[in-house]
Design a protein around this ligand. Structure first.
Ligand SMILES: Nc1nc2c(ncn2[C@@H]2O[C@H](COP(=O)(O)OP(=O)(O)OP(=O)(O)O)[C@@H](O)[C@H]2O)c(=O)[nH]1
Length: 302
């Protein structure tokens, strides 16, 4: 006879929520490593980056989806399609609502979309950023959240001080089917390295830029090759794409200062990721209105 303690579960979870709800940060807190990139700019996440939580009793694979929003561009529609596709593939969805903001039309829009899958896929309500407010406000937000959808479970968390992150992991694991380990021990993500590297560069390039520019930035890794005659150095050639000439000037900065800064910051993260020294060759190019152009979107991996 097997007791419940012997049961091993495995499966997929994803977090949804309005932009900036804290989904990427939560993924990193659960996985315990910098897998999904985070920033204070909305719509940072474009790729379904997976983080893997290894536990003795379970393997939880987290798929990080872009923020769902009313689409205005072709890119917007592609991103939303990616979100719906992800929901239908996972075993549990975590609906994230930040504790410090009232539940608004954006959240209700997501709840309406989620209600369509909630019969097939259990949805867990998550009140994020609990550290920003008092206990009473957290309780109030949990009550408000309960009004918008029927949840399999409700959990308040803080990714910043690790409040209840283990509890959340338990709650999500409970919704997974019994199954074997799907990925080897120690593996944290199955994204190709080039995608992670592109995301690290985009994260560095996003720092300190304003307003509409974040949506116009895309990074493509053109080439990644070990330097000839050296086994400790990799040449990485990357292009930062923007939509307009004026944006190019912003990204490069006066005398190229900003771009150098972006290069040196992202290089540190990339070296850590690859465990090797790298030479980073970084260029900025204008791809006019790439968010509206199917051919350019394809080339940039959307
Ligand atoms: N105080 C506090 N801040 C948090 C917490 N989690 C996330 N943040 C901050 O909230 C901002 C957004 O976090 P992200 O994890 O990038 O949000 P996201 O939902 O993945 O955003 P998109 O990728 O745009 O959809 C960042 O500035 C984080 O540092 C938390 O638990 N506490």
């Amino acid at each position: 006879m097997t007791s419940s303690a012997d049961v091993h579960r495995s499966g997929f979870a994803c977090f949804v929520g309005r932009p900036n709800a804290g989904k990427s940060t939560l993924t990193n807190a659960l996985v315990g490593s910098k897998v999904a990139i985070t920033s204070s700019k909305p719509q940072t996440t474009r790729h379904a980056i997976r983080g893997i939580v290894h536990r003795p009793d379970a393997q939880l694979i987290i798929v990080d989806t872009p923020g769902l929003h009313r689409p205005r561009t072709l890119l917007g529609r592609r991103l939303n399609d990616l979100v719906y596709e992800t929901w239908s593939e996972v075993d549990v969805v975590g609906f994230c609502v930040p504790a410090d903001q009232k539940i608004g039309p954006g959240d209700r829009y997501i709840a309406e979309q989620l209600a369509k899958v909630a019969r097939r896929t259990p949805v867990v309500g998550i009140v994020t950023k609990a550290d920003l407010v008092g206990k009473e406000r957290v309780a109030e937000q949990l009550l408000d959240l309960q009004q918008v959808l029927e949840f399999a479970d409700l959990v308040p968390v803080s990714a910043v001080d690790s409040f209840q992150t283990d509890e959340l992991s338990d709650v999500l694991v409970r919704q997974l089917p019994e199954g074997p380990q799907l990925y080897p021990d120690g593996e944290l993500t199955d994204e190709p390295e080039s995608t992670l590297i592109a995301e690290l560069i985009r994260e560095a390039a996003l720092e300190g830029v304003r307003d509409e520019l974040p949506h116009s930035l895309a990074v493509s890794i053109e080439e990644m090759i070990p330097r000839e005659d050296r086994d400790d150095l990799i040449d990485v050639h990357a292009v930062i794409y923007v939509e307009r000439q004026s944006q190019k000037a912003i990204v490069i900065g006066r005398g190229g200062e900003r771009l150098r800064d972006v290069g040196s910051r992202s290089r540190q993260h990339i070296q850590k990721l690859l465990g090797s020294k790298i030479y980073l060759d970084l260029h900025v190019k204008v791809a006019k209105d790439w968010q509206q152009d199917p051919r350019q979107l394809r080339r940039l991996g959307f």
